[in-house]
Design a protein around this ligand. Structure first.
Ligand code: HCA
Ligand code: CU
Length: 389
């Protein structure tokens, strides 16, 4: 089955705040949500209102903004959490509760039936208060829990009014192409729902402990999951979850789903990076400083003729530019490209070579030559040539 109408749930403000040391002030949450809405994110999971008064009032503020995005809240399967979320006026409520025997027996001292009773009465309560509310039920650590428990709880949740069942790979355990594949899991669950005449939307929440979050999310999508969770920079518990920019890129470039505005991503990433104190690694896909920078002479030579020789994604999608790194790996093509950028269009061959020599020698000392240095290098090179030592 091919992907249908995919919705993106961004959880930077909820899962992202479960990153050690990360907290976004209310006005920063507002700025982040504004950008997420401009990008066209479908659901913004904005926090867990029961955690603090400030989170409660921020979720409430965002719910009242009139965004195109649906504002969501997270809640444990307890009445008080749900009441607080409803008071905020959210359009989406995510209720989670584990169903694994080990957790139920060891932590909650409950059996499956009483857990299901708690889950279904929470869902019914939420739906009674607001019939238009989108309700998602997530069996926490879905994929490592007994499948029978998950199915029984999820069927009961849907019969009680849940619109969405989320499959959480809470520990980043799944591996595509093995007997722990999201494709198989989603296919099986969808089949089991269908055979009962039920058809909830399936969401996936993939953690990145093995670096496979995006691959697993795409695997789930291939089997018919229609809501995918992500966060800016993939931030979240431990190694985090699916990275938003990477997910949107694959959907746009490879699945031709072009309704999201990718050009806003750099501003969003800078904002989140700044306020989470998490620097963006230079080699990070899409948003890293070097994501569109070519280095080796062979590459720059070919890329100068046609960038697609060494790029499979166009930086202009994000309002970004490609760069040619000026260092020990540079060749004449990089120098010519860079000189053109600073307005020197048809340099003499000799100048090119002299400048290249200088760039290579700086590069060998472990430093990249910035474009802003180039005109000074040109001037000093000419100066030496004229013998004006
Ligand atoms: C957690 C919960 C969760 C929940 C996802 C959801 C997870 O912090 O452990 O409610 O859909 O990864 O299972 O983020
Ligand atoms: Cu999570």
């Amino acid at each position: 089955m091919g992907p249908v109408d995919i919705k993106i749930l961004d959880s930077t403000l909820r899962e992202g705040e479960q990153t050690p040391g990360v907290y976004f002030d209310s006005h920063i949450k507002l700025a982040i949500a504004n950008l997420l809405d401009e990008i066209g994110i479908d659901i913004i999971e904005s926090g867990h209102p029961a955690v603090t008064d400030e989170i409660f009032s921020t979720v409430k503020m965002l719910s009242g903004k009139g965004y195109n995005a649906t504002i969501g809240a997270h809640a444990r399967s307890v009445k008080r959490d749900i009441e607080l979320a409803l008071e905020c006026g959210v359009g989406f409520l995510g209720i989670f509760y584990c169903v694994s025997d080990e957790r139920l027996n060891g932590v909650f001292k409950k059996d499956l039936n009483s857990a299901i009773e708690q889950i279904t009465s929470s869902i019914k309560f939420a739906k009674e208060q607001n019939p238009g509310l989108l309700v998602r039920y997530t069996p926490e650590d879905t994929v490592r829990s007994s499948y029978d428990n998950v199915l029984t709880a999820a069927v009961a949740a849907v019969e009680s009014g849940a619109d969405i069942i989320s499959i959480a790979d809470t520990t980043g355990y799944m591996v595509p192409g093995t007997d722990r594949s999201m494709y198989e899991y989603v296919s099986r669950l969808k089949n089991d729902f269908n055979s009962r005449g039920l058809n909830p939307q399936i969401a996936v929440h993939c953690h990145n402990d093995r670096g496979l979050a995006l691959a697993n999310a795409l695997d789930a999508m291939r089997a018919g999951a229609s809501i995918i969770d992500a966060s800016v920079l993939g931030i979240g518990e431990r190694a985090g979850i699916v990275d938003l920019a990477q997910l949107l890129t694959v959907l746009n470039v490879d699945y031709k789903m072009e309704r999201w505005n990718l050009a806003k991503l750099p501003e969003l990433y800078e904002l989140v990076s700044l306020h989470s104190n998490i620097p963006i690694p230079v080699n990070y896909p899409i948003m890293g400083g070097h994501a569109f920078t070519h280095c080796a002479g062979v590459h720059t030579h070919a890329a100068a003729a046609n960038p697609m020789h060494y790029e499979s994604i166009n930086p202009e999608l994000y309002g970004r530019e490609r760069h040619f790194s000026l260092d020990h790996m540079s060749g004449v093509a990089s120098v010519r490209y860079a000189l053109k950028k600073i307005g020197i269009d048809h340099p003499e061959k000799e100048l090119e070579l002299d400048v290249l020599k200088q760039i290579k020698s700086i590069g060998q000392r472990g430093r990249i030559v910035e474009l802003s240095e180039l005109s000074h290098i040109v001037e000093t090179t000419k100066h030496y040539k004229r013998g004006l030592k």
